[in-house]
Ligand binder design. Sequence first.
Ligand code: AVJ
Length: 320
Amino acid sequence: NVHAAALAKAHRFDEQTSAFAQDAIEGLSQFPKRLSPKYFYDATGSELFEQITVLPEYYPTRTELGILHDRAGEIASIIPGGAALVEFGAGATTKVRLLLNQCALSAYVPVDISGDFLKAQADALRRDFPALSVYPVTADFTAPFALPDAVRQVPKVGFFPGSTLGNFEPHEASAFMRSAREILGQGAQMVIGVDLEKDERVLYDAYNDAAGVTARFNLNVMVRINRELGGNFDTGAFIHRAIYNRDRHRIEMHLISKKAQSVRVLGRSFSFRPGETIHTESSYKYSLDRFTALARGSGWTPVESWTDADGMFSVHALVA
Ligand code: AVJ
């Protein structure tokens, strides 16, 4: 996208903002319009997501924490002593702390695009686990990155909780699993949290919460475009809607235009018909079989799967 690149240069955008500009302009130029969910997570978006995780309707976080808590001993028993835990897309450290309490890990390598947050979390962990070496890596974990030299010789365990995998299209999910296997190396293990298909009503409510936090989280991507890319979205002129697409096994989040309007972003104009949507997120839901097939197809062997009593969420151990 030459136009966006030239604009990014003219605006002296940093690398991350340039990528955002490019993706936003490209996505808003398509039909249906779309924006990547990875742009939800500015400071406000990350805070709103933390609020989502404790909503009564949003079952994934507390269910996964329950599984990790109840099964920490079993998970620990398949992780070799002295291993380095590599977390893809590290946010809050609540989940990894459950494993650190049970496993004799030598190192923790949180990998995230947001460097500042990463460093603050790393400092807190070093304080609480003085024997643990923490090597934060600032990188987009969906692209290949190098592990720190210090963990080259120790066994590696990947950690990818939260069903973040669900944000990937099926082909991207396979590509990610393959790339993680490449990065972690032969013999590595992986502990991954995957949200499961379930009653449509439960899914609907989890993404259309009564308090409207998910709506604010979704609309915040427009606020971010306004601030970082000089956009003029009127967030009051769009509504949040999440729907379950049963054929494709995914929740879709949309921002729907209440009226005919046009919006300017980086000097370009994008017009909306009444009811026209921007597709902002897909959150894929798996069956245990569809996930293990995906894992097998991308170079991993499933070792064990754990779910909660209601079969809402799953945690899988894999070996490369
Ligand atoms: C962080 C991608 C797992 O899909 O449930 C929460 C993001 N979106 N509510 C999810 C999200 C709306 C979340 N993931």
